[in-house]
Every structure is written in C-alpha cells, then in structure tokens.
Write a protein that binds this ligand. Sequence first.
Ligand SMILES: [Zn+2]
Length: 200
Amino acid sequence: MNETDARKILCDACSKLYLKDLLVSAGGNVSIRTDDGFLITPSGRNKGSLFPEDMVKMSMAGKVVGKGKPSIEYKFHLSLYNLRTDTNAIVHCHPIYCTALAVKSEKLRTDLTPEGVILLGDVPMVPYCTPGSDDLVREIERTYRSSAAILENHGAVTQGKTMEEACNRMEELEFQAHLNLVVGNVEGLSKEEVSRLRRM
Ligand SMILES: [Zn+2]
C-alpha cells in the first residue's frame, strides 16, 4: 500500500478505536505495513487527536525514516511483520476487560460463541515483560501465529491482513473478554461444534 493511503487508514483506525474506548489516552500503538516498511503511531500522543502526518515512518531494518519518535513498542510490530508476511496491520491497546483478564492472568476462552471461535481462535497469554523490552519482543514472537493475544498485566494485541481485520479482532477480543467476565465458569460450545466452526 502507498504511504499516503496508509497514513489516512492508520489515522482513521486510531480515531475509531479511541471512540470505542479501546484506545485510552496515550496508551497503546497501532501500525500498518507500506510498500517499503511500515507506519506506526508516535510515542506519548493521545490517539484520539492524531493527523495522518503525525504517523512515524520506519524501515524494515527498524530505523525511523524522516521525522518523529515512534512508539516504544515498535520492535514487536517490526518483528511480527517480519514473521508474518500476510500481516499488514497490528493493533495494541489496553481495553478494560482484556486488561482485567490480563491482570488476573486468566486465559481468555473463545469457545462461548461462534464469533469467538471464527474470528479469534485460540488466544494465548503472553507472560509479563517490561514494555518496550527485548524480552517482550521474544515472548510475543512465540505467539506470532495467533491472530490475537493477551499480554499479562498489560493489555492485548491483534493482527490482520487489513487494518479493518485487525480492528475487528480487537473489538471482538474485548467483547469476548467482557463476556468471559460476565458469565464466569460456564459450559461453552461442544468440541464438535468448535471443530466445525474452525473448518468454516
Ligand atoms: Zn501497552
């Protein structure tokens, strides 16, 4: 995707995620792959008031191209883009219900409704590591095949072929986290139904 379109799509995604209360104040970071690298949200800025030109351009070698200070988490975005050639957008935020499960170290169940199975699949819990650290990058790399993950005592991350898919997954992840907390320990869909849904 060309840089001009990517800047606009990234900016629109931040506004939508902010208005849905999935991105809160300056927390979280969002990125999109471009023809020659990727664009990521700038460090320490409120995601509800960004402009396309605020997004920071980075090379696939992890260097800033042009101006701006990238989010401290740019390293795991870079790593996921290198590991997943089919991933073109990544969303990381700290939505309240995902973060509630994250601080309880409680694995998210996605077998309660069909959407959870189809859109998210298995959602691993990434062990706690300091934000921006190489340890966090290594732990996230271990779950790179998952479309969504919960980061222990921290938040959540989703990826997708498009920005819309990555955002849908974050919205669904937060819905499923809320559902998990509301219903408590209940019986989910049968193993047979989960297998059938996974084949769809
Ligand atoms: Zn974070």
